[in-house]
Design a protein around this ligand. Structure first.
Ligand code: FAD
Length: 326
């Protein structure tokens, strides 16, 4: 396994360019409000022996909820259940001396608020962002940007690219300092659920790369062939940037229906058959772990630059997978 040089403030693309073998990276969620940063370190500690090249930190927009009051009526409240993405990135870089990649979303932000957030990241020495649209708010049927917010990931990419050229929203700022963000974008081997077909989705994907996306990080998938086909389609249409597979272990029977519903991904028949035969979730974990190890080995043979793991509460399983696969 390639041991990543533990240097701060390296761009994702530089990590990939300088790698001597397959890199590993992890995605974490900010702790639920009320928990400490220590809970995040407890989650990451078992994974640090693999010297991740970087750690992604997701962003969670405000959710509108209805809280029952004593008199039986409901009060509408706006809650951000997992705040702290920017602070967590700074904390990770400081605590582990590893690069952190905050996810940046369009939803819930005006373009001016986005600009200020980018300035915060720049001042903190964070030079990487994964640029996303974000999902619709829970109380909306389809994604709606804020008034004066970005609608698509490509609009947000263009805003970050502008800042990289010293172009701020305020036209009075002349010769503005240039940021230096390395921008990743999301890709969907099984198509984004809103796209009418894969061909149009890929065309949108190429537009994001042409607008400055320097690498593609994919949605999870359980069938490697879907990833291989996706990479081929991207290459055939002239997309040359690194494509990083996003990987997640299947650990409960419930996920057979939850993952397709939430993430719009298929579970291969062989995997679902094996999972359905399991009597306990411990057995499912074993099946899911073995499946992911096999996926990782095949992806390495295929030559992926990085294995990126969605760790979501399962650091021990990810640890077993990385140990066996690298
Ligand atoms: C690796 C990864 C990490 C993620 N992390 C987070 C996170 O931290 N927080 C979070 O809230 N969500 C996250 N998501 C979920 C993501 O925000 C959703 O999947 C969202 O629905 C789409 O985001 P996107 O950046 O792909 O959007 P876009 O690229 O904007 O695409 C959204 C849809 O619009 C279409 N489209 C794109 N451009 C245009 C255009 N110009 N005109 C018409 N249609 C267009 C696309 O085909 C697609 O169907 C993540 C997803 C991935 C794969």
């Amino acid at each position: 396994m390639y041991i990543a040089l533990i240097l701060r403030e390296m761009k994702v693309t530089d990590h990939i360019a300088q790698a001597k073998g397959t890199l590993v990276s992890f995605e974490v969620l900010p702790p639920l409000k009320g928990k400490t940063i220590t809970s995040l370190y407890d989650h990451l500690d078992p994974l640090m022996e693999f010297n991740p090249a970087w750690i992604n930190v997701t962003y969670h927009r405000i959710e509108t909820m209805f809280k029952k009051k004593g008199d039986g009526t409901f009060e509408k409240i706006d809650v951000r259940k997992r705040p702290g993405t920017v602070g967590i990135c700074a904390a990770i870089m400081n605590h582990y001396k590893v690069d952190a990649v905050p996810h940046l979303i369009c939803g819930g932000f005006t373009r001016r608020e986005t600009e200020d957030a980018l300035i915060d990241l720049n001042f903190l020495g964070i030079d990487n962002v994964l640029v996303l649209r974000g999902d619709a708010a829970r109380n909306e049927t389809s994604f709606e940007p804020e008034p004066n917010g970005n609608r698509y990931a490509i609009d947000l990419l263009r805003q970050v690219a502008n800042l990289n050229h010293g172009i701020y929203l305020d036209e009075d700022i002349l010769n503005g300092s240039r940021t230096s963000f390395c921008m990743g974008v999301a890709g969907y081997p099984e198509k984004h659920f809103e796209a009418p077909n894969l061909e149009i989705d890929l065309k949108r994907m190429k537009e994001k790369v042409d607008a400055g996306g320097e690498y593609i990080m994919t949605q999870m998938f359980f069938d490697n062939q879907k990833f291989f086909d996706f990479v081929k389609s991207c290459r055939d249409m002239g997309i040359t940037v690194p494509i990083i597979p996003g990987l997640k272990p299947l650990t409960t029977k419930k996920q057979l229906s939850v993952l397709p519903r939430i993430f719009h991904v298929d579970i291969p028949t062989e995997l679902s058959n094996d999972v359905m035969k399991c009597k306990t979730d411990a057995e499912v974990e074993t099946v899911g772990t073995q499946w992911l190890i096999h996926q990782c080995k095949e992806l390495r043979e295929f030559g992926v630059p990085v294995l990126h793991f969605y760790t979501s509460g399962k650091p021990k399983i990810i640890r077993n997978v990385v140990k066996a696969a690298l």
